[in-house]
Design a protein around this ligand. Structure first.
Ligand code: F6P
Length: 357
């Protein structure tokens, strides 16, 4: 008998269900006896013992379904070792619930924060296997996270739609793309959507270079300019500030996000009409694209293989198209960022795309 716990934590994304289905199907097909316990709403379910037993029917028909059948929540790693509002030791509660159910392991699906807590639980002696989910694609140790390609598709369609209206009206348009502190999503959607200017956190921008790129387009007779701006994009000036000073400056910033700030600066410097579109959480929603369905299914079945072999303490990822296991201790706490000198950046620049640098 193998007793497996499962949870999805942090911001959701496409293909979470496909990944859990992959784990479950492979376990039900390849092991004689399996019990799967799904903890609800992320680590919260494990802390407060909120779970349900799942059978093979629960995993049927969910390959194409967005969201997560278990629900998710954010349980920040920063405060995971602090007592909750009733004085409960959250880490101890998670351990006790794991032992009470006599679990052989926990399969945890999540992004960066989730991996830090997963690694802490591993250090505390629990058997942990993780799967890399996030539309940001910022997890160290894997070339790709599931959810990312689906989000690229959605952000690209947003840029495609803006293109036609931008052309009709001869305006400057900014599409703000998610991605937290990294630019993978913006870079890929921006290139796929034919953006003229791409701004990512890893390459701080200079507003005058952005204006220069817009003016250059006007000079060559282009009636419009499309900017794909990462929600984490930062100016050269702000990038020089300490974390504390930047926080203070942001408090006084009247703009709801970096895109609106850039829009106001472009209007001021060029007199051109600027519109901002924020697709926001639509980028995390809906059905996973075929690539993510396959990736999540592969990662899930490989996680099942680790369970069968009783190999714990790994994240299952993908490297050079092959599924690999990476020690959790190596993954936790590290961000995978776009290198400013990466070939994809150079290629984008050769296409004439400005990064505002
Ligand atoms: O990490 C995934 C992500 O969608 C980021 O791209 C974004 O910054 C963040 O989550 C949004 O978080 P929330 O759903 O808590 O607003």
């Amino acid at each position: 008998m193998r007793r497996i716990g499962m949870l999805t934590s942090g911001g959701d994304c496409q293909a979470l269900n496909a990944a859990m289905r992959g784990v479950a199907k492979a376990c039900f097909n390849c092991l004689d006896e399996v019990e799967i316990y799904g903890f609800l709403d992320g680590y919260r379910g494990l802390i407060y013992g909120n779970f349900k037993m799942l059978n093979s029917r629960d995993f049927s028909g969910i390959l194409t379904k967005g969201g997560t059948i278990l629900g998710s929540s954010r349980t920040p790693f920063k405060t995971i070792q602090d007592p909750d509002e009733n004085g409960l030791d959250k880490v101890e509660e998670m351990k006790q619930n794991y032992y009470k159910l006599k679990l052989d392991c926990m399969v945890i699906l999540g992004g960066n924060g989730t991996h830090k807590t997963a690694n802490l639980l591993r250090e505390q002696g629990l058997n942990i296997i993780t799967l890399p989910k996030t539309i940001d694609n910022d997890l160290y140790g894997t070339d790709m996270t599931f959810g990312f390609q689906s989000a690229v598709d959605i952000a690209t369609s947003a840029i495609d739609c803006i293109h036609t209206t931008a052309a009709s009206h001869g305006r400057v348009f900014i599409i703000e793309v998610m991605g937290h502190k990294v630019g993978w999503l913006t870079l890929n959607a921006g290139m796929a959507g034919g953006a003229d200017i791409i701004l990512i956190p890893e390459i701080p921008y200079d507003i005058d270079k952005i204006v220069e790129a817009i003016n250059q387009r006007n000079k060559f007779g282009s009636r419009f300019t499309i900017l794909a701006v990462a929600e984490g994009a930062i100016s050269k000036e702000d990038a020089k500030l300490s974390k504390k000073d930047l926080k203070e400056k942001m408090k006084k910033n009247p703009h709801p996000s970096v895109s609106y700030e850039i829009a106001a600066q472009i209007l001021e410097k060029t007199g051109q009409e600027v519109r901002v579109t924020v697709p926001g959480h639509t980028q995390r929603g809906g059905s996973p694209c075929p690539y993510d369905r396959v990736l999540a299914s592969r990662l899930g079945t490989e996680a099942a293989k680790l369970i069968m072999n009783e190999e714990y303490g790994y994240m299952v990822g993908i490297k050079n198209r092959e599924i690999v296991k990476v020690p959790l201790a190596e993954v936790a706490g590290k961000l995978k960022m776009v290198a400013p000198d990466a070939s994809i950046v150079e290629e984008a620049k050769m296409l004439g795309i400005s990064f505002g640098d």
